[in-house]
Design a protein around this ligand. Structure first.
Ligand code: ATP
Ligand code: MG
Length: 396
């Protein structure tokens, strides 16, 4: 395949914030963009040159996206892989539908990790009542997760024993699931790589991630954020996982660091990842620029982080301070939304505000993120804590 040069149009399946930041990166490099998303106010659709407003499986929508685009990527993990295969019949598509299909299914994903020699948490497949009855007691306490369509901790339940497992599986509608042993985590980390059609792989520095309520809250990337040995092991494992898939595009792999210093893989995302947003402000190539380069067949220069960084996720909860403080009505819907104090936050040195253009704030909804950069880890951390205090984000 020849290189797709600026001036061409790059397409993306999905119109969420990841698509929006892909569009921004593509446009910065002189590409035109096309987004397919049924939502007329989708964050990416609002800023793209072309917006195909259909569902992911609409044959006419897919034909229109293919007509407009020289190549197509995806920003949404649950895009039907059949749609990517349809597009791939006429246009280069990266990542490939098959890689996306594996990432969409926790069982296939874990099998791939094992094939690559990367250990995951002990688990059992839960698809039949017999499998529930036979589950090994060593998996308790455990986390039951739907095999498909989970995100931000949705489709998950913590279970302490076999009875709770049976109840939780019923509550998840007897959907195919995996039961994972609940591990004692020292911390969570993730690694983002980009792999080109020629097999070249580059990576961003490992991110230390703090989750709250199953949703990413804080990402810290600076010297000393992680012990060096597991950090390099995570980079090597992520490259293996990408190479094993023959992957083309940006891939993020999430890991757990355990008390004995060992590393366990959690899951992967076949696209840029929330934990990589700091790269826009702290690295000389962002994860979205890497996505553009990989899709277009351009060289992937190894990115360099030029500033220590901390990213705070801006969830819709921040718009309802009275609810967070426990003073307002129990239902957030009843409370009026209050715009967070952006001007005060932007008075802090090295504050980079990214908002995704979503009209309505709702608790748990990803509205934007704030990246703090600075000369060293200690000062970035001090400013990040100030920003968190202004925004009503609990310190960590
Ligand atoms: P997302 O796609 O938003 O990353 P998700 O819904 O796919 O999230 P997971 O990444 O599987 O969910 O789990 C969410 C969080 O729950 C993890 O980041 C971690 O904090 C915790 N968690 C998940 N599995 C385990 C486990 N086996 N042991 C301990 N904690 C876990
Ligand atoms: Mg996760």
């Amino acid at each position: 395949m020849s290189v797709i040069l600026p001036g061409s149009t790059l397409g993306v399946m999905g119109g969420g914030q990841l698509g929006r930041m892909f569009v921004h990166a593509a446009q910065q490099m002189g590409y035109f963009t096309a987004v397919l998303d049924a939502d007329v106010t989708s964050p990416a659709g609002l800023v793209s040159h072309h917006h195909v407003k259909t569902g992911y499986e609409d044959p006419q929508g897919l034909a229109e996206l293919a007509r407009l685009s020289a190549a197509v990527t995806t920003e949404f993990e649950n895009v039907p892989s059949a749609a990517l295969r349809t597009l791939a019949a006429t246009r280069p598509v990266a990542p490939a539908g098959e890689a996306v299909a594996i990432a969409q299914d926790r069982v296939r994903e874990k099998q791939h990790f094992q094939r690559c020699g990367v250990p995951c948490a002990p688990y059992a497949v839960i698809e039949t009542p017999a499998q529930v009855a036979m589950v090994d007691a060593s998996l308790f306490p455990g986390i039951l997760k739907t095999s498909r369509l989970g995100y931000d901790g949705k489709g998950q339940a913590r279970v302490a024993n076999a009875d709770e497992l049976a109840d939780a599986w019923a509550a998840l509608g007897y959907a195919p699931c995996v039961l994972e042993q609940q591990l004692a985590l020292v911390c969570e980390l993730s690694v983002i790589v980009a792999r080109g059609r020629d097999g070249q792989v580059v990576h961003l520095p490992p991110q230390r991630n703090l989750h709250r309520g199953g949703i990413l809250a804080v990402t810290e990337v600076h010297e000393g954020n992680l012990p060096p040995a597991p950090a390099s092991a995570a980079i090597a494992a992520t490259k293996n996982i990408a190479n094993g898939l023959g992957y083309v595009g940006v891939l993020c792999v999430e890991f757990f660091l355990l008390q004995d210093g060992s590393l366990v893989v959690n899951e992967m995302a076949p696209r840029p990842h929330n934990s990589g947003h700091y790269s826009m402000d702290a690295c000389d190539a962002s994860q979205f620029e890497l996505q553009v380069r990989a899709l277009a067949g351009l060289p992937l220069a190894q990115p360099r982080q030029h500033s220590p960084a901390i990213m705070l996720n801006l969830l819709g909860d921040l718009w309802f301070p009275q609810v967070a403080a426990g003073q307002g009505p129990a239902g957030a819907a009843a409370a009026p939304a209050v715009t967070p104090p952006w001007a005060q936050v932007l008075a802090l040195p090295g504050a980079h505000l990214h908002l995704y253009g979503k009209q309505e704030a709702r608790p748990g909804r990803k509205m934007g993120h704030l990246t703090l950069t600075g000369p060293d880890a200690a000062s970035v951390r001090a400013v990040a804590l100030q920003a968190a205090a202004l925004l009503g984000i609990a310190p960590w």
